[in-house]
Design a protein around this ligand. Sequence first.
Ligand SMILES: [Ca+2]
Length: 262
Amino acid sequence: MPALKKRLPLAATWPLVAWGLCCFCACRAGSPAAGESRRIRVQGSGLEMVYVQSGEFFMGSERGWTDEKPVRRVVLSHGFWLGRTEVTQGLWKAVMGGNPAHFRKGDDYPVEQVGWNDCQEFIRNLNRLTEKAFRLPSEAEWEYACRAGSQDDFPADLDACAWYDLNSAQSTHTVGRKRPNAFGLHDMLGNVWEWCADGYDPHFYSRSPLEDPVAPAAGLHRVDRGGAWGYGADIVRPSRRDGSGPDYRINLLGLRLAASRL
Ligand SMILES: [Ca+2]
């Protein structure tokens, strides 16, 4: 007599099927979870990157300057990694071998007095050392990450989350000491302005694509964002835009790193 094959009841197989599907999907997707972080060591220094998921938001402000209008719904179709803090003087020294900062109070202070072109050289060297593909964030990525789900154009709790003219004692401060935003990012507002990848075009919002907008890095100026220790609450805002020449260096302006993948 042939052996009878014992079969599980159909209902009993569903948990196994579901578990298998979950594993299959997770392996195929391979995408990090929102807020996941990774530390990267670089020649005795390092940095921490936080994963920001794709999404959409209203970019700009009807209460802001003319270059912040029109407000439009922007889609970021891919998640990306962003530095938990501004680039520190310690990391800059580890990569470049020197420290251009004005406020040399410690390795955990943000680097400043770095031009947009200096930042490109820094990123090239960093990528060679780490075999990764760091870059500056786009302006849209920066504002999306700064807002972290908020549409508040004038944050009421600026003292808690930013170094600006009323609490900075006219200096930069150690990165990461102020309260992080909802994405876990520190000092997006204040401390130092942060270079973005885009060229600065005051009319860009009127004609930019609504999905993954990036203004070409051309023309006289590049975008910097977030305000700094020497500015007031009218400037230290998520949607405030500024443009500076690519070789402009000042003790109010630094950078934060981004990467599409790590
Ligand atoms: Ca900042």
